[in-house]
Design a protein around this ligand. Structure first.
Ligand SMILES: NC(=O)c1ccc[n+]([C@@H]2O[C@H](COP(=O)([O-])OP(=O)(O)OC[C@H]3O[C@@H](n4cnc5c(N)ncnc54)[C@H](OP(=O)(O)O)[C@@H]3O)[C@@H](O)[C@H]2O)c1
Length: 411
């Protein structure tokens, strides 16, 4: 078995210090192979960034998958090319997918759109008994995997929704609660995330689908206790100042399953989550897509995704990509705290977040078998230290000290 009992009742996935999977019993004693990471959708925007990070930060062998024959990516240095294999694979071909998963130490799924791929990659990973880190999946995959756990528990960790949103959007508040909020009871949590980039069609597809709550449209709402409180659209906006280059932003109340779960785990009573796509044309398309209810069917989502991909590409002719998360904590004693995280890039940061998660799992710093979101799967301070080392983010402390940017702050 590829597991090591660390704490009673919670087996941890066991990999060697360099990340190879220990395969006890196959040839007599345990034998440590070099880790082999399968990156599905390895030629996509996210997939390429994951590969870039893993080649730099680990000694793993990478297998990049694509549906069509591809050359080795031009940006790979000759030394890295020896560590990269290419395979042709369509994830709708279950047998081929299963065969590739069985040869891997870990699978990273960067195939999009998640709304079309569904649970087929996660199901193959369960069958192949190989851990999964998924760039997306979102609420539908979470629901489907959690339902399956009742009768068919996974033998490996399946870490889904690992990126910026969802992903870092849950881990950053978790980190803030861990480093600053641990000693006090938190009564209210407000999270606001904003971002812009030239979204690929596949990313845009999932964004348009998210506008309808991935099939469970709760409208504008927040959480009070376990109740979902609906708010009329005209009262659902929050204006918030992010550091440059983002500036002042109007964001709308949304339901975020990731933050709802975090709040439940940390016994936080009131939770408000605000989100905005902040490229000007992308914002208009998102509003239009919501009004026209383009999220209602795959065909309509596809139309919305084409509009959004085009509009966001035009936005980026004059603007740089940007991403920000602002978190406010209100403690039961009446005091408060807040912090803002900004990134000057979205796709590289998404790939880095996924790469760090995979690296942590390979090094034995991940969870045992089960279905996890990023903030459940990794230790927040360790993760943030790794991310800060990449030099991609800035953390701005409380508003009264805004302007003073702390790079690499720990608490
Ligand atoms: N959590 C986050 O913050 C976050 C951020 C960005 C993206 N994402 C998610 O990541 C996913 C990828 O986004 P992206 O922007 O990287 O898209 P992308 O650049 O279009 O890449 C997606 C890749 O999926 C591959 N693909 C599509 N259908 C396939 C199939 N049937 N079998 C095998 N491969 C297939 C395509 O590869 P070939 O054409 O080479 O076959 C394509 O390169 C999306 O689901 C998106 O929602 C999440």
């Amino acid at each position: 078995m590829d597991i090591l009992k660390t704490t009673p009742g919670r087996p941890k996935f066991f990999l060697t210090p360099s990340g190879g999977r220990a395969r006890g019993g196959r040839s007599g004693g345990a034998q440590h192979d070099a880790p082999r990471i399968l990156i599905l959708g390895g030629y996509g925007r996210v997939g390429q960034e994951v590969a870039r990070y893993l080649l730099k930060a680990t000694d793993a062998k990478l297998v990049l998958s694509s549906r069509t024959p591809r050359p080795v990516p031009h940006w790979m240095a000759p030394a890295s090319r020896a560590r990269a294999d290419i395979t042709m694979l369509d994830v709708f071909d279950h047998h081929a997918l299963l065969a590739e998963c069985m040869r891997a130490s870990l699978v990273i799924n960067c195939v999009g759109p998640s709304g079309i791929v569904g649970d087929r990659v996660a199901v193959a990973c369960k069958q192949a008994r190989v851990p999964l880190v998924d760039a997306g999946g979102y609420d539908p995959l979470l629901r489907s995997l959690e339902q399956a756990e009742e009768n068919d528990p996974t033998p490996v960790p399946l870490v889904i929704n690992v990126g910026l949103l969802p992903g870092l959007s849950g881990l950053f508040p978790q980190w803030l609660l861990d480093v600053r909020g641990n000693k006090q009871a938190v009564d209210e949590l407000d999270v606001c995330y904003v971002g812009r980039d030239a979204w690929t069609y596949h990313s845009a597809w999932d964004i348009v689908s998210s506008l309808g709550g991935f099939g469970v449209d709760r409208g504008c709402c927040y959480l009070s206790g376990r109740e979902i409180v609906r708010v009329p659209m005209r009262k659902a906006t929050r204006r918030i100042a992010f550091p440059d280059p983002i500036g002042k932003v109007s964001a709308m109340l949304i339901h975020a399953e990731e933050i709802a779960r975090l709040a439940q785990q940390r016994r936080i009573n009131t939770v408000r989550v605000y989100g905005a796509n902040i490229g000007p044309r992308a914002t208009l398309v998102c509003m239009l897509a919501k009004i026209l209810r383009l999220h209602r069917s795959p065909e309509r989502i596809a139309t919305g995704a084409r509009w959004l991909a085009r509009a966001s590409a035009r936005d980026m002719r004059t603007l740089e990509p940007a991403y920000g998360i602002h978190v406010d904590l209100r403690y039961r004693d009446g005091s408060s705290d807040s912090a803002t995280l900004t990134l000057a890039d979205t796709y590289r940061a998404t790939g880095t977040v996924i790469g760090i998660t995979a690296h942590m799992l390979l090094e034995g710093h991940g969870p045992g078998p089960g279905v996890f979101l990023l903030h459940d799967a990794v230790q927040s301070d360790r993760f943030m230290q790794c991310l800060r080392k990449e030099g991609l983010l800035e953390i701005h402390p409380r508003p009264e000290t805004a302007g003073m940017i702390l790079k690499g702050v720990t608490a």
